[in-house]
Design a protein around this ligand. Structure first.
Ligand code: SF4
Ligand code: SF4
Length: 348
C-alpha cells in the first residue's frame, strides 16, 4: 500500500513540476532571452572559476543502478600525477584565494580505488588549494585510511558517502554489489574516530535509495549520528537518465523514480558551470553527465586550462543550444536544466 501511495505521490509531483517548469521557462525564454543569457555568461567567467572539477579516475568498484558506470565500455584511466599537478598549479594561479574548491568526482569513479589518492591530497594540501570534495562508496575505506583522513586532512576535506540503502538487500539492488556490511563497518569506524577526535570533519551520507527504505536499525543509528552532529544526511529521491543511458525500468526495479522529461528551451545550465577535466585529460563542456567526452572542448595534455575555459568550442555549444540545436547526448538527457528555469538556475 505504501508503495502504491509513493508511486502516486511521485507521479503527481512530477506532473506539477513539469507543468510549472513549462510555464516559467517558456515565459523567461520569450521575454528575457538575452538578459538571462548575459547574466549566465558573466557568471561563467566569475564565481564558477573558483571550482575545479577534475576526474582523478573513472574507475569504480560498484555498479549503481542509477549511474552510467558499468553501462558503457569506456576506457579506464587514473590521471597522470604530473598532469594533475599541472592542472592544480594553473587553477591556483588563476582563481581567487577564498572559497576555492576542487571536486575529484564530477562524473564517475571512486577516488579510493585510485593509487595516487593520498599523493593528490598531499599536493592539494601543500599548495593550499582550499576545499577538496569527493563522493565515495566507502568500500575501500580501510581503518588505516580513515585514521589518515581524520588526522591529516580534516581541515580540507568534504566527503560524501553514496549510500544505496539501509539493509543488505536494498543496498545490493541499488549499488549493484554485495558490499553492505563492509561499507557499513568502514563508515562506522570513520564516524567513531570523528567522534573521538572531535575534529570538525565534514561527512555527508548521501542517501541513494527510495524513501520507502529509510527504516531499520542502520537508518536509526545514522539518525542518531546525525542528531549528535557527527554526520549530515542528504537525500535524492528522483534520478536522471545520464544522457539517455539509464533505463526507467531498471530504476523502478530498485524502487527508484526517474525524473520527468524537461522542456528544452535555451542552453543547459550545466554548460555554464566548470567543465569536467576527465582522467585522460580530455575536457568536456558538461559539468557532470558527459562521461565519454561527447562534448569535447579541449585536451589539457596540449592546452592550458585557461584557453579551454575561454575556447570558442565551449561558446559554440552554448550558442547551438540557444538556437535549439542539441547534440545527441543532450537530446536524450533529462538532467538538462534550462537557464530560463528560475527554480533550478540558482541551485547547484
Ligand atoms: S559508486 Fe559512484 S561512480 Fe561508482 S557506480 Fe556508484 S555512483 Fe557510479
Ligand atoms: S543536456 Fe545533459 S549532457 Fe547536455 S550539457 Fe546538459 S546535463 Fe550535460
Amino acid at each position: 500500500m505504501m508503495k502504491i501511495k509513493y508511486y502516486i505521490y511521485n507521479f503527481v509531483k512530477n506532473y506539477i513540476l513539469k507543468t510549472r517548469d513549462f510555464i516559467f521557462v517558456s515565459f523567461d525564454y520569450f521575454f528575457k532571452k538575452d538578459k538571462i543569457l548575459k547574466i549566465m555568461l558573466n557568471r561563467m567567467n566569475g564565481v564558477y572559476n573558483n571550482s575545479l572539477t577534475l576526474e582523478a579516475t573513472n574507475v569504480c568498484n560498484a555498479d549503481c543502478v542509477f549511474c552510467i558506470y558499468g553501462k558503457k565500455d569506456d576506457k579506464k584511466f587514473y590521471m597522470d600525477m604530473n598532469l594533475f599537478k599541472k592542472i592544480a598549479d594553473e587553477f591556483l594561479l588563476n582563481s581567487m584565494n577564498n572559497n576555492r574548491t576542487v571536486s575529484l568526482t564530477p562524473t564517475i569513479g571512486d577516488p579510493l580505488v585510485d593509487p595516487f589518492f593520498i599523493e593528490r591530497l598531499d599536493y592539494l594540501k601543500r599548495t593550499n588549494v582550499g576545499k577538496v570534495v569527493f563522493f565515495t562508496n566507502a568500500i575501500n575505506l580501510s581503518n588505516k585510511l580513515s585514521n589518515k583522513l581524520v588526522n591529516d586532512y580534516a581541515d580540507i576535506l568534504d566527503i560524501h558517502i553514496s549510500w544505496g540503502g539501509y539493509d543488505r538487500e536494498t543496498y545490493k539492488k541499488v549499488m549493484g554489489v554485495d558490499k553492505f556490511e563492509r561499507a557499513l563497518s568502514n563508515v562506522k569506524y570513520l564516524i567513531k574516530i570523528i567522534g573521538e577526535t572531535k575534529t570538525n570533519f565534514k561527512l555527508d551520507i548521501s542517501s541513494r535509495c527510495s524513501p520507502l527504505d529509510y527504516r531499520g536499525d542502520v537508518w536509526n543509528e545514522f539518525k542518531v549520528f546525525q542528531q549528535n552532529g557527527l554526520i549530515g544526511i542528504s537525500k535524492i529521491d528522483i534520478f536522471d537518465n545520464w544522457g539517455g543511458e539509464i533505463d526507467k525500468k531498471d530504476l523502478e526495479e530498485a524502487d527508484l523514480q526517474m525524473k520527468y522529461e524537461p522542456l528544452k528551451k535555451g542552453a543547459c545550465k550545466l554548460l555554464f558551470q566548470p567543465p569536467v577535466i576527465h582522467a585522460d585529460g580530455i575536457v568536456s563542456a558538461c559539468h557532470c553527465r558527459d562521461s565519454s567526452s561527447s562534448l569535447k572542448i579541449g585536451d589539457i595534455n596540449s592546452m592550458s586550462y585557461t584557453d579551454i575555459l575561454n575556447s570558442e568550442k565551449r561558446l559554440e555549444i552554448i550558442k547551438q543550444q540557444q538556437n535549439g540545436t542539441f547534440p545527441d547526448i543532450c537530446q536524450k538527457c533529462n538532467t538538462y536544466v534550462s537557464i530560463y528555469n528560475k527554480f533550478w538556475r540558482e541551485a547547484n
